[in-house]
Structure formats: C-alpha cells, structure tokens
Design a protein around this ligand. Structure first.
Ligand code: NAP
Length: 336
C-alpha cells in the first residue's frame, strides 16, 4: 500500500516522502481494517511532522502522519458487532491516516450515513469535536452566563464552526481575521456577527466597541503578539483559551496583568478527547454526525490531492486566504 511517511521530524516539505509499504495485518479483537479514501491534512498534522526531535516513529521505523479520515471497512475482528465489511466509515483518533489502509479500534470508528459525502465524512469528526471542546471551555470560563468574547483566525475551519454556533445560540462573539478580504468574506457568511481585520489600524478600538467593552474570553489559535495584546486587553478575571499557534510565536505573559487582574490561561487539545467519558464522546460524535448532515456547507474543501501529490497539498495548508480544509485522497480501486 502507498503511504506518506517521514523518518525524521522537520520541515514537512523536506522530510515527507511517498513509500510503498507492506499491507496492514488482519484486525485483532475489537479492531477493524479500513481502506482509507480521504483524509485531511490539518495544520496540526504539519505541527506533528515538524515537532519532536530525532528519528520519527519508534525503533527506527518511519512515522505515518494523520489521525482522521474516511473510507470503507474491509475486515472486522472478533467482538466487533456493529460494523461490517463494505460499510462507509469515518475514524478518529487512529494513527497513520496518511496511508491507504489502517487498522483501527472499533471505538474510534463511526458509521457514515449515505447522505454524508466522502469529503464531509473525512472532516466531520476533528473540527466539530474541537469546537465542542472549545464551547465547554467557554462555558466554564463564563460560569454559565454568556459574556462578550472574541476569536482569532475566525475564518479557519474551526473558527467557522464556532461562528455558526455563536449565530445559533446568539452568543456575543466578535470574529478577528488577518485580512480585509477575509473579513469581507466572513461577514458575508455570518452577517449577524461582527468580523474585524487585525490589518486595520483601529481594529482594537472597533473590537471593544462591538463587544461593548473588554472581552471576557479570547479563543485563540494564533498566539504571538496578537494573543499577547488580546490577553492584556481582557476584562478583569477574563480567560485566554489557547488551542493553536498559527503565528509560530509564543504569547508573552505580563505578570502585572495576569496576577493583578487574575486573568486565566487555559489550553484545549483534541489530543485529550479520548480521555473523556464515553457518554461525552458519544454526544460529541452525535453532534458531529448531525452537523455533517444538516450543515455540509461548514465542511468546506479548499483543495483535494492524490496522496502522491502530498508536497503540493502540504504547501496549500498554510496558503494565506485559503478557505476550508486540504484533503489527501486515494483511489477506491486501490487495495492492500
Ligand atoms: N487544539 C486542538 O485540539 C485543535 C484541533 C483542531 C485545530 N486546531 C488548531 O486550530 C487552528 C485552525 O485550524 P483549521 O484546520 O481550522 O485551520 P484552516 O482551516 O487551515 O484555516 C487556517 C486559518 O488561520 C488563519 N491564519 C493562518 N496563519 C495566521 C496568522 N499567523 N495570523 C492570523 N491568522 C492566521 C488563516 O487566515 P487567512 O484566511 O488570512 O489565510 C485561515 O483562516 C490551527 O491552529 C489548528 O492547529 C487545534
């Protein structure tokens, strides 16, 4: 089978290569084999390739990136009652999604109804679940009463899901994006919300006006000077909820602000989702399925490339102005 692999951590454009690997083994008890047809290339996947030191993968073995995707069940192991060969599925978290086949724990696999197309199936778990985790963190920060908040990188795939939730629940959200064109596009998409470009010199004053005062919470995926400025501008007792670092730069903490005004900083990572109880995870998956069926427009695809074109796909992930996710596909005729 084909797979995109890397032997060392580093710049994805340098370390990734296409490899021909042996077929995956038969699924064990509680596992299923999946022929993967579509998988996203998330910004977080690229961080996973860049991060770390030395050889990637254990014991000198290469590492296959990717944790989510969609495909077709090819075999089921013992004790798997609710999935059958031939069934369309989505999966998360399963290591090695940038390969044509994976063996997955059945608990990480979700049957996909016919109404959900393949690209949407591949995208329906990670970002909606992240959005749900962010909303839970928001709710804790608010202590139950919605207060004015702001999100950075609001035009991202996750940001648009947050914006849709804010519209639906009438949450007092202001969206921040980094370009005037991005602000115009997001305003068209979410006309009931205020969207401001941080490229405008008066963005901070406009944000405060739109919020009616300082923000109580910042949902931040950018970090760097933007998050540093937003942290300093929070209302007393306010929270910075960090879930990404698109700028590649750290947030500076001013002790006077953080200590004196009792600001809070909280991280949210989908990497911790598996540790949540089964009931919570079940509700998150039900939400993801319902959203994929009701709002396929929230799962926009920027571009799709065959696995062999991984280098172009990886270059596309960080392209300024890109709207939606980048997908890596593998033809359905391929088999192990
Ligand atoms: N913590 C978690 O568990 C978790 C889970 C999922 C995603 N994430 C994070 O969420 C973020 C969004 O992911 P995604 O897949 O939704 O992204 P995406 O669809 O690829 O969109 C990326 C967005 O970020 C904006 N952006 C990129 N660099 C920026 C910068 N330096 N300053 C301001 N804006 C910038 C882009 O704006 P332009 O339109 O101007 O190019 C674009 O709107 C990423 O940081 C990702 O790692 C975290």
């Amino acid at each position: 089978m084909r797979a995109v692999v890397h032997d060392h951590y580093g710049d994805p454009s340098q370390v990734l290569r296409l490899a021909e690997l042996p077929p995956v083994g038969a699924p064990g008890p509680g596992e299923v084999s999946i022929r993967v047809t579509v998988r996203p290339a998330h910004p977080g996947d690229l961080l996973g390739i860049t991060g770390g030191d030395g050889p990637a993968g254990s014991e000198g073995k290469r590492r296959i990136p990717g944790f989510d995707g969609a495909g077709v069940v090819t075999a089921v192991g013992r004790d798997v009652a609710d999935l059958q060969p031939g069934q369309r599925v989505a999966f998360f978290p399963v290591s090695g999604a940038w390969a044509e086949h994976v063996v997955a724990a059945a608990s990480a696999v979700v049957a996909v109804p016919d109404e959900i197309d393949e690209p949407t199936a591949a995208l329906m778990l990670v970002n909606p679940v992240t959005m749900r985790m962010l909303l839970r963190a928001l709710d804790e920060a608010w202590a139950g009463t919605p207060r004015p908040f702001v999100q950075t990188a609001a035009g991202s795939s996750v940001g648009r899901l947050v914006a849709a939730a804010a519209e639906r629940h009438d949450f007092p959200l202001v969206n921040l994006v980094r370009s005037t064109a991005g602000a115009a596009a997001l305003t068209e998409r979410f006309p009931s919300l205020t969207t401001i470009s941080t490229s405008e010199p008066d963005w901070s004053a406009r944000m405060r006006d739109a919020l009616g005062g300082p923000a109580s919470v910042v949902l931040d995926a950018v970090g760097g000077t933007l998050a540093t400025d937003l942290l300093a501008g929070l209302a007393d007792g306010g929270s910075l909820i960090s879930y990404g670092g698109l700028s590649g730069s750290p947030v500076s903490l001013g002790a006077t602000d953080v200590v004196g005004r009792e600001l809070r900083i909280r991280g949210v990572s989908i990497g911790r989702w598996s540790r949540l109880d089964a009931e919570q995870r079940g509700e998150d998956v039900a939400f993801a399925l319902a959203t994929a069926q009701a709002r396929p427009d929230l799962f926009e695809v920027a571009a799709s490339y065959d696995l062999a074109d991984f280098a172009t796909a990886v270059g596309e992930v960080g392209r300024p102005g890109k709207v939606g996710a980048v997908l890596l596909t593998s033809p359905t005729e391929q088999s192990a």
